[in-house]
Design a protein around this ligand. Structure first.
Ligand code: ATR
Length: 283
């Protein structure tokens, strides 16, 4: 990689940020389309968020991804918010358009595209989402926009589950209720079961958000976690030969949408996957 006086700067802000795969994805992508650009991580604490955003303008940084915990708070510092990001209430992509900071959300399309790529039908299905944080919100909005029939949201904090289910009901008109993890034991069948919590993520790979007896009720199981590749939650699905998907495609797809917003072109997903495989990030 050549860095010189003309190199454009992109990056990601979040906290913590150490384990993000985004720098590898975007730097490989810039190289693959011959752009003189570089992508770096910025560990930004809550109290420095405003200064960090002002810094984008001051330093002429071209684009920024936003991750936990800043996706909601960042919105108030931007000059424009896309309709989709407004609907979701979160921004994960900022484009510096000649000094105007534009906020977008590519998590939702990243998620729905991954379902489409694997021919998963959402229309008319009943879904259960585990978790009620930012990722769960993107999943719930994505399922709602692709014609899901109903959604149940189970979360450790009951209040957050209630808030998210009300949000989906009121803003997307979907039959959405909050339930407890215990309630899931009473269900007979689940069309689509999505883990949108961080439970089972490396290094806590021996944890699953629900027991095997809940997973076996599902016809399709999705874990938005991609590290490890196969969480304990997904291994239950695998054991019972239930179709399942991890979060890797969602990650690559949202990155590709951000890349398009910034550069006007998409990267070739397979080229990037091969580069990541060579670096041992993907099996
Ligand atoms: P993200 O943007 O990745 O969704 P988040 O907004 O911090 O991150 O949400 C994390 C989700 O994982 C939440 O649903 C959280 O549950 P709470 O709302 O009750 O905190 C869930 N989560 C994290 N650790 C958990 C644990 N040990 N047990 C159960 N749920 C957990």
């Amino acid at each position: 990689m050549h860095v010189n006086a003309k190199t454009d700067i992109y990056g990601i802000i979040g906290h913590p940020i150490g384990h993000s795969l985004s720098p590898f994805i975007h730097n490989a992508a810039f190289e693959s389309v011959n752009l003189n650009s570089v992508y770096v991580s910025f560990d930004v604490h809550e109290e420095n968020l405003k200064d960090a955003i002002l810094g984008i303008k001051a330093l002429g940084i071209k684009g920024i991804n936003v991750t936990v915990p800043h996706k909601e708070n960042v919105m108030k510092y931007l000059d424009y918010i896309s309709d989709e990001a407004k609907l979701i209430g979160a921004v994960n992509t900022i484009k510096n358009n000649n000094g105007i900071l534009e906020g977008y959300n590519t998590d939702v399309t990243g998620f729905t595209e991954s379902l489409k790529e694997h021919d998963i039908v959402v229309e008319g299905k009943n879904a259960v989402i585990l978790g009620a944080g930012g990722a769960a919100r993107a999943v719930a909005v994505g399922l709602s926009l692709t014609g899901v029939k109903s959604i149940m949201i189970a979360n450790r904090s009951k209040e957050k589950a209630r808030n998210l289910s009300n949000y989906i009901k009121n803003n997307l008109g979907i039959n959405c209720i909050d339930v407890t993890y215990d309630d899931l034991n009473e269900l007979e069948e689940i069309d689509i079961l999505v883990n949108a919590t961080s439970v089972g993520m490396s290094p806590n790979i021996n944890l699953s958000p629900v027991d095997e007896n809940v997973v076996v009720k599902a016809k399709f199981v999705y874990d938005i976690i991609y590290n490890p590749e196969k969480t304990l939650f997904l291994s239950y699905a695998e054991k019972h030969k239930i179709r399942n998907l991890n979060g890797f495609d969602m990650l690559i797809n949202q990155a590709n949408h951000s890349f398009k917003i910034w550069t006007g072109v998409n990267f070739n997903k397979n080229i990037i996957l091969n580069i990541l495989k060579k670096k041992d990030f993907v099996k």
